[in-house]
Design a protein around this ligand. Structure first.
Ligand SMILES: [Zn+2]
Length: 295
């Protein structure tokens, strides 16, 4: 099948369970996580099957918490030809941690994922894209802990996250280390960056909107798109959290049943690869985020 554009894009999944998302952080106590119905293993197996249908390889940014409980799942991800990377230990956002806590968190996650998967873990995605102007220590510590790349910055203004001054495309945030930051995809219109790399954007809008956004980034910007979703997004039967705020519930549960078919279209219409492969082929400039970055 001829692809919509000739570029290869980065495909990623953030492996966490339905109760670990930011939307429910004030409603569900992490102390209760082990007692809740775990669906991450089944849903992640469904993601692996969906990728096999399309013949694509992807990066699975996985919580250390998940790897500790489901090490066999981590092996299956590796055996299917995908990259296992880190999503931190238990979904604490980086700006809620001190530098020391962050170092301990990513170290623990890396070791647990490597023990389970038997492969080096070189990539990191911050929970809820939480590397921003509040976390000046984050990229340095990732480099020190042996990470090669991070995909943790959302260069936009959003009610829960975002670093609008950050570059839109891959850059080296440190002058003296090769670490590469690969921000999640945005489209730029009217001097503003809009979320276009997956998550709620992909789920809530009709598929052609995402197709348009990826084509625009590939053709107009000449850059790969970085796309992400979550295993709970293909699970319409997950337990409902009735006491969460209405806005969180509307966002979390909207259009879950349409998701698998949209992902089939997406994985067939564009070329995709694992993030580590994409990063290895990049030639990236050093760039410090100071004031407003040039678009
Ligand atoms: Zn996450």
């Amino acid at each position: 099948m001829t692809k919509a554009t000739p570029l290869t894009n980065g495909l990623s999944v953030d492996i966490e369970d339905w109760f670990q998302v930011g939307a429910f952080e004030n409603t569900i106590d992490p102390a209760d996580w082990d007692a809740l119905q775990h669906r991450v293993e089944t849903n992640t197996d469904a993601v692996i099957a969906l990728f096999a249908e399309a013949g694509v390889s992807a990066t699975f940014f996985t919580l250390g918490w998940v790897a500790k409980r489901y090490p066999a799942l981590i092996r299956r991800i590796v055996d299917a030809g995908h990259e296992v990377a880190s999503h931190g230990w238990a979904h604490a956002r980086v700006f809620t941690m001190s530098a020391e806590e962050f170092a301990a968190d990513i170290d623990r996650a890396k070791k647990t994922l490597e023990d389970a998967g038997g492969q080096a873990v070189t990539g990191y995605r911050a929970p809820s894209f939480s590397i921003d102007q509040r976390t000046p220590f984050a990229h340095r510590i990732l480099a020190e802990k042996g990470y090669v790349y991070s995909s943790s910055v959302a260069p936009l203004q959003h009610d829960h996250y975002g670093w609008p001054d950050a570059p839109r495309f891959a850059y080296r945030p440190l002058a003296d280390a090769p670490l590469i930051e690969v921000p999640v995809t945005t489209v730029r219109m009217n001097n503003r960056n809009f979320a276009a790399g997956g998550g709620g954007f992909f789920r809530l809008f009709p598929y052609p909107v995402s197709r348009w956004a990826i084509q625009r980034v590939n053709q107009r910007d000449g850059q790969p798109a970085i796309f992400y979703f979550h295993p709970w997004e293909i699970d319409p039967d997950q337990p409902r959290v009735d006491n969460a705020p209405l806005k969180s519930r509307l966002r979390h549960y909207a259009r879950l049943s349409a998701m698998a078919d949209k992902l089939r279209k997406l994985t067939h219409e564009f070329s995709w690869d694992r993030m580590d492969e994409l990063v290895a082929a990049m030639d990236v400039d050093q760039q410090e985020v100071t004031a407003k970055a040039a678009a």
